[in-house]
Design a protein around this ligand. Structure first.
Ligand SMILES: [Ca+2]
Ligand SMILES: [Ca+2]
Length: 453
């Protein structure tokens, strides 16, 4: 048993496994481990020769592709040039030869003749059709491939029309009933568009606005004519033929017929003057703004009422000849483009620039200076009759900056002619029913000065 026991010990399975394990550890593991590890490490830091070779090949590959791409573009360009020599080479097809990335795009461009053909068709203005909507006072020309479809009316929309290319709306015209005789800017603002994001535009000789949407998916043109307000919405596009077609549509758009005049009765004041507790010509809101006493008609006791003082540019709370515009209550706005300056309450915000500037109270009322081109009129009343269609009997005469001017029957709008332009000063009470700033408006009219250019 002892011998058997002794002889059994070395051949026990545990021992065998242990020996095998020892053998493996000694002869293979460290060697492999030591050989593998340094290579792996060098490779990972990117200094080893093999990956570098790969990068080099890749770079050479890219260069070859770029050069080949450029050559293909050049070849395509030369081919197109010989095939259609009358056609100007668009910078789009010439550019990618220098730009390494979009080779695939630039090569595929000349292979798409359908698009160019459609563009040619689109821009064949002789084939364009005329659309007239005499009841809604407009006419325009449009590509024959774009059938028109009338859209449903709702709210104060009285007419809506879309022009479609393959069932997709390219542009649409919406006509709104201007029941409240809103001015254009007030209406556009009511569409939640900030005046700062508008640019002036002229549509069929009417002062209009263009608004380019936040994401440039559409752009809109807003205009007013007679009793209607118009929105023209175009699907924005980088396609040159398409934008050229849009330009042509806008160039052919005409307002037609005499704009329906507003009934003079409707033009009467639709607001009530705001409270003027001491009846001195300044409303309580104005007294608050100028710091005068709303219960004392002559706050500074110089025998001139507060209202008279402000209307004539004097300081209501400093006796004597202290000027309003030399005080901290008012500021001067200078418009170098149209050469004028005007005094406004310093508490108001100035918005806009150029031909349309708003001076706005915190509660929404504002005075606007609006300048539009004068199409050859020499008498402001002739312009008023032709453009606003109102009965001129209700107009009152006044002078603004020494120019003969007219004031609308409601007293909120003043117009005069200067140089090649019509200048308008408009007091807009916004959505309010009471007017708080009539005297301030009069003060601004009186302060208006034209500067020699
Ligand atoms: Ca008062
Ligand atoms: Ca006074």
């Amino acid at each position: 048993m002892d011998q058997a026991d002794e002889s059994l010990v070395p051949v026990s399975p545990v021992q065998t496994v242990k020996n095998l394990a020892e053998n493996f550890e000694v002869h293979t593991m460290p060697q492999k481990f030591l050989n593998m590890r340094p290579n792996f490490k060098i490779g990972k830091t990117g200094k080893a020769s093999k990956p570098f070779g790969l990068r080099k090949n890749l770079i050479i590959g890219i260069i070859v592709i770029v050069v080949l791409g450029a050559l293909m573009v050049l070849a395509a360009w030369l081919f197109l040039k010989t095939v259609s020599p009358k056609k100007p080479v668009s910078p789009a097809s010439a550019l990618p030869a220098v730009v390494p990335q979009p080779t695939a795009e630039s090569v595929s461009e000349p292979i798409q003749p359908e698009k160019n053909l459609a563009g040619d068709q689109l821009l064949d203005f002789n084939s364009w059709l005329t659309y007239g909507a005499p009841d809604f006072n407009f006419t325009l020309k449009y590509p024959a491939e774009w059938p028109s479809a009338q859209l449903a009316n709702h709210d104060n929309i009285i007419y809506a029309l879309a022009f479609k290319d393959n069932d997709l709306e390219q542009f649409k015209i919406t006509v709104f009933n201007n029941e409240q005789n809103q001015d254009l800017l007030t209406w556009v603002e009511s569409l939640s568009i900030l005046p700062e994001s508008l640019e002036s535009y002229t549509l069929s000789n009417q002062p209009s606005y263009i608004y380019r949407g936040d994401f440039e998916k559409v752009f809109n043109i807003y205009a007013a004519y007679g009793r209607n307000l118009y929105s023209l919405e175009f699907k924005a596009s980088q396609d040159k033929a398409l934008s050229h077609a849009y330009d042509q549509i806008l160039a052919t758009f005409q307002f037609t017929g005499q704009p329906a005049p507003f009934n003079p009765e409707e033009n009467q004041p639709q607001f009530t003057p705001a409270t003027d507790s001491d009846l001195d010509g300044l409303t309580d809101r104005e007294e608050e703004m100028y710091g005068s006493d709303k219960l004392r008609p002559d706050s500074d006791g110089d025998s001139h009422t507060d209202g008279d003082e402000v209307a004539n540019l004097y300081h209501p709370t400093v006796p004597g000849s202290a000027r309003l515009y030399e005080s901290s209550l008012a500021a001067t706005y200078v418009n170098a483009q149209y050469n004028y300056n005007i005094i406004y309450p310093v508490a108001w915000q100035v918005k806009g620039a150029g031909d349309s500037v708003l001076f706005q109270d915190q509660q929404g009322e504002f005075v606007q200076t609006l300048i539009q081109s004068n199409d050859g009129y020499s008498d402001i009343k002739d312009w008023y009759r032709a453009n606003l269609g109102n009965n001129i009997d209700g107009l009152s005469d006044l002078k603004v900056a020494d120019q003969p001017a007219v004031r609308s029957p409601d007293g909120l709008r003043v117009y005069f002619l200067f140089g090649d332009n019509i200048y308008s000063l408009i007091y807009n009470i916004g959505l309010r029913t009471d007017a708080n700033f009539i005297t301030t408006f009069n003060m601004m009219i009186k302060s208006f000065k034209l500067m020699s250019s």
